[in-house]
Design a protein around this ligand. Structure first.
Ligand code: ADQ
Length: 441
């Protein structure tokens, strides 16, 4: 979503998986024209989806990148599928790349794409942005094939990650595993290639969220939430249903808060919005069960007639509805166990009422914590600490809320998503003298 907005400003071509599976996918992409941007999309076979997407990308790489070595399921067949799909994407994309194009690749599904493009003769500048954390070398090293993945990184000219910590981790892995040599602050030499690794934290459409939060959007969830709240304060969590987001841990921290502060029972409602994702991956089905059990237990043991402590919904909502809900909430609870950035933290801040803003409680393991230092920063594994942060947030003076919020809003304005994209593209363009359009994969 954030990316699509940022790229509306550019004449370019977006290339990627259509999200569809077919028995005999065409070798060339289907081209769809939408204003300035052309979309080139390809179907996958069901084996591709299983090995490439559900398998290596989401069952091996995703957990490792989120420091969950124990959840990472590596299989040689999945890895071969990952490389095969990247190769077929590269061979289709190569026909669409013009001599003056910049190519900007996004996320962990496509790490080998530059290498495959180089193999078919593409010499254009190619950048890569990694949306999720880049783990410490000793964590990544647990993944079979990780050295091979590192070897293809120098086929990019520019690599962006979300935080300084991620950039440092990636540079250290390149030095330790593939013999990269530092040539400047963020420039590395690997054989004859040079690659720049920079921290480039992604932003949001700040103005868009501010505007949306002030409109009187309507939806059943919004109406029911407003009607059910009365004088209660609202605490909100919004996440894809993913084990990296710390949803059951957060519910238990809220339970701890209610147990430690019984006077607050009936005075607060916690709304957790968590649309299902990756349901074909077994760990996500397990998570769904755990969340439902945790929710049922807490609501069963602490609920009272006329008051349900945690409201849990799994639908997706428009930006207008989310922004209104953020603004209605006294507390934004963003406590991932590990997260590349976490856009919800930024959206929550942008949507607040300047006269009476809510308080952001933010995990120290979200990339956003490097920037939003005026949030209440917590360790999401420490339920007592999170519970006490909830208590502090609910009782914070208006002056302190305004001061913290203003400081965080200033950070958001310093790099919204359009500036973020423009800055990356400018850096990438530094690798050539002229360009006509950009390619996004
Ligand atoms: P995600 O893991 O998907 O992104 P996040 O950054 O929180 O995580 O973005 C989620 C987005 O989905 C937000 O814009 C949010 O508003 C939206 N969303 C969540 N629930 C929704 C719902 N019920 N209805 C509609 N929209 C909903 C990955 C990385 C992150 C990184 C981003 C961007 O894992 O760490 O911040 O990419 O780089």
């Amino acid at each position: 979503m954030a990316l699509h907005e940022a790229f509306q400003a550019y004449k370019g071509l977006w290339f990627g998986w259509s999200g569809k599976v077919s028995a005999h996918p065409a070798a060339q992409p289907k081209i769809i024209d939408k204003g300035q941007v052309q979309y080139a999309v390809m179907d996958l076979t069901s084996l591709d989806r299983q090995e490439y997407y559900n398998g290596f990308a989401n069952r091996a790489l995703w957990p490792i990148m989120h420091y969950r070595i124990g959840l990472s399921e590596f299989s040689r067949a999945d890895y071969a599928g990952y490389l095969r799909v990247n190769r077929s994407f590269a061979s289709a994309l190569a026909h669409l790349i013009q001599p003056d194009d910049l190519v900007w690749v996004h996320d962990y599904h496509l790490i080998p794409l530059a290498s495959e493009l180089r193999a078919v003769g593409i010499t254009n500048p190619i950048g890569y942005f990694h949306h999720i954390p880049w783990p410490a070398p000793e964590v990544l090293g647990a993944l079979p094939g990780s050295t091979e993945l590192l070897r293809v990184i120098p086929d990019y000219d520019l690599v962006g990650v979300q935080t300084e910590r991620d950039a440092d981790n990636l540079r250290r892995s390149l030095v330790q595993e593939v013999g990269a040599v530092h040539r400047g602050a963020d420039l590395l030499d690997v054989g004859s290639r040079h690659v720049r690794i920079k921290s480039a934290p992604i932003g949001i459409d700040v103005h868009g969220f501010q505007q949306a939060a002030q409109r009187s959007g309507s939806s059943r969830l919004l109406k029911q939430t407003i009607a059910g709240l009365g004088s209660r304060k609202l605490i909100i969590g919004v996440d894809r249903l993913d084990y990296s987001k710390g949803i059951p841990e957060r519910m238990e921290a809220f339970e701890r808060f209610l147990v430690s502060h019984p006077d607050q029972r009936g005075r607060v409602t916690y709304l957790q919005i968590a649309p299902t994702s990756r349901s074909e991956v077994p760990e996500y089905a397990t998570l769904s069960r755990v969340v439902n059990e945790t929710l049922g237990r807490i609501n069963g043991s602490l609920g009272e007639p006329g008051w349900v402590p945690i409201h849990y919904v799994t639908s997706t909502y428009s930006r207008a509805v989310l922004a209104r809900l953020y603004r209605l909430s006294r507390v934004g609870l963003v406590t991932p166990i590990r997260d590349g950035m976490n856009l919800v933290a930024k959206e929550y801040v942008a949507a607040q009422d300047p006269q009476d803003p809510g308080v952001l409680i933010l995990s120290k393991f979200a990339g956003a914590a490097e920037e939003l230092t005026n949030a209440l920063i917590v360790n999401p594994n420490d339920k007592v600490e999170v519970a006490e942060a909830i208590q502090q947030a609910l009782h914070m003076s208006r002056e302190e809320r305004v001061a913290r919020w203003q400081a965080m809003l200033n950070v958001l304005w310093a790099s919204d998503v359009s500036q973020w994209a423009a800055s990356f593209i400018k850096d990438l363009a530094g690798h050539k003298t002229s360009r006509a359009r950009s390619k996004i994969a």
